[in-house]
Unconditional design. Structure first.
Length: 151
C-alpha cells in the first residue's frame, strides 16, 4: 500500500505534464486581437498625421482646399471611431489609411500647382528681361539719332 501511495504522486505529476495544451482561451484571443487592432490603428494614425503635415507644409490646405478638406473629414471620422471604443479600432485604422491616401493626393496636386506657378513666374521674369532689353535698345537708338530729324 505504501508503494502505491509513493508512486501515485509521480503518476499524477507526469500525467498532468504530458496533457495536451488547451490553447489560447477565447478571452486571451480577443484581447490579442484588440491589442493588434489598436497597434494597427496607432500606426495608421501616425502615417495619416505625417501625410497631413506633409500636405500642410506645401500649403495644400490652401492650394487644393476641397481635396484637403475631404482628407481631413476622413481623418476626423477615424478619430471619432477610435474614440468610440476598442470594437471600432479596425474601422478607425481603415479610415486613417484612406485619409493618408487622400492627404498624399492633395499633396501631389498642390505640388503640381506650385511647380506650374514657379514655371509661370520664371517665364514672367524672362519676359520682363526681354522688355527691359528692348526698351534699353530703343533708348540707345533714340540717343544716337541725328538731331533735327523730326516731323
Amino acid at each position: 500500500m505504501k508503494k502505491i501511495l509513493l508512486v501515485l504522486p509521480f503518476f499524477v505529476l507526469f500525467s498532468c505534464a504530458s496533457a495536451p495544451d488547451k490553447g489560447i482561451a477565447p478571452d486571451d484571443n480577443s484581447m490579442q486581437q484588440s491589442a493588434a487592432a489598436s497597434v494597427s490603428a496607432d500606426k495608421e494614425k501616425s502615417r495619416a498625421t505625417d501625410a497631413m503635415n506633409k500636405a500642410k507644409d506645401i500649403k495644400a490646405d490652401v492650394a487644393v482646399k476641397d481635396d484637403f478638406s475631404k482628407a481631413l473629414g476622413v481623418y476626423n471620422e477615424a478619430e471619432t471611431l477610435l474614440a468610440s471604443g476598442p470594437d471600432k479600432t479596425a474601422a478607425a485604422a481603415a479610415r486613417y489609411l484612406e485619409s493618408e491616401k487622400l492627404f498624399l493626393e492633395a499633396y501631389e496636386k498642390a505640388k503640381a500647382k506650385r511647380e506650374e506657378a514657379l514655371k509661370q513666374l520664371e517665364k514672367a521674369r524672362a519676359d520682363i528681361k526681354n522688355v527691359e532689353s528692348d526698351a534699353a535698345e530703343m533708348e540707345a537708338e533714340q540717343n544716337t539719332a541725328p538731331a533735327g530729324t523730326g516731323g
